[in-house]
Each structure stands twice: as structure tokens, then as C-alpha cells.
Design a protein. Sequence first.
Length: 305
Amino acid sequence: MSHPSSSPAPAPSAAPDAMPQDPFPTDAATAFGPGVDPGDMAVFLRVAEQVTRLETGHPDMVAARRATSGLYKLAKKFRRDEKRREELAHDAAIIAATATGSPGRIDDETQGLLPSSAVADRAVAGTLLQPQPCYVCKKDFTQVDWFYHQLCPECAVLNHAKREARTDLTGRRALLTGGRAKIGMYIALRLLRDGADLTITTRFPRDAARRFAAMEDSADWLHRLTIVGIDLRDPAQVVALADEVAARGPLDILVNNAAQTVRRSPAPTRPWPRPSCASCRATPTSRPSRSAGPAPRTPPCWPVR
């Protein structure tokens, strides 16, 4: 007598509304913090799947759509923010590859006038995803110059031409206010390298002397540089400086560049600090009187020529 086969019966298929596995792996939950209870999440997903099968005008569909509208807006905002972050990162990388936009740029020309650009000389650093206004002409641009990260291509070409322009200033006398750092030092170096006899003013003459002496080619022009320590907020010092410059003869070039690049609290600047001078080959020869009454109209500690 034969017996029916004893092979195991096939397992029943899972019901359509069976609870799915936890959609969020443990590591993701750890990264984002506590989330929804797994059982509640499974119910939510099962109900959401059922709602998608309903007709558009079904009351349950309408109620579900209203309930999840906030979730839809959050998802849309997340995608928009993510795209924005990617665009900002892309543009930041392009700007960081330029000379003027490099994060390694420092306010000390003795370490190099500007860091080297990460792109080839005369090449384009890249194309921005978000246009930005040109610092000069205010026109929006996306193509970034290898050197000037804030200038449109047209203004960058013009500034390169002006930056590299040279002329013979041999025998010319120049006065530059605020020549210690940043654009002031760039102007001073150009005047000196073109042959001018230059006098600069600064509130920090010793630091200025250090910066200029540290330049590789300083031996070629340092003898034509005079550094005057002066606080231009003091009218007496300004008048004394003007008188001294006039006494030395005609002035060919005057560049008014002084600005407050280093901010200090009011305490260290009251009373007016005594002017001082610094030079790589001379020391102060006199100091203004500190007696009571109006300050004398004397030159503010010029180095010996």
C-alpha cells in the first residue's frame, strides 16, 4: 500500500500587508538619533501603501494627503538645501584655487606677496554655478579668473594690465600714507622697484621696517625708503609731516592710502602716542616735546639720511 509523499508542504506566501523589515539600519539610527518606533513605522508604511491604491478623490486619500503635506514640504526643502550645499561647495573650491581667494592668503607680505594659484597662469579657475557680482563693475559673472576671484573676466584683464604696468620713476619723490601692509605695501614696492625715493607713514614703523627688509630684492631699493611713525589723527603730527616734506623740496607723487587696518581699544591711544621712526639703516634722532601746552610743530622723528 502506497503512502502519500512526506515532502514538506510549501510555506504560505506572505500576506500583502505583512510587516516589512525595519527600513532604517541600526547604523543610520545611531547616526541620526532616536527615531520612530519600528512597529509604528511598519504600520505607517503599510497604510501609506494602501492609500496609494485609492482613487484620487477618495476621502481617505484626501485626509492622507492633508496629513502628509508637511512631510512633502520637508522632503522638498531637504532636496533644495542639499543642492544648494553642493553648489556652494563647488563654487568655494573654485574660489579657493585662485590667488586672491586662497584660504592660505595671509596679511604678511614677507611670507610671499600672494600664495600661488592652484591653476595654471593665465588660465580660468572655473565656472561658478551661482553668479556673483563683479567688485568693480557690479556685473554678474560666472567665469572666474585664475588670480582675481572677485572680478569679472573683462575687469580682470584690465587689472592684470595695470598690475604689471611699469614706468621709470628714477629721481622722483613720493609720499605714501599707510604703507605698512596690504595694498599700501604693494604700492610702496611698485614705487621703489620703479626707482622712486619713497617716504611712507605708519603707526607701526618697526613692523614696517621688518616687512620691507625681509623682501628678497630689498638690497636694490631699501636705501631709497624712509619710514615715518606717525598717528594721522593728531593734527600737530600731520602739520609737522607736511612741513618736513615741503622743506625737502618738490613732491612728485602723493598717495593717500592710510586706513585703520589694526583696531585698538581707546585706552592705548590716549593720550596721543609719541611718534617714532624706523629704518633699516638709521635710528630716531629726536623726540617731540612732552611739555604742557600745544604740541610743537616739529617733524616726527625722521631717520637720518
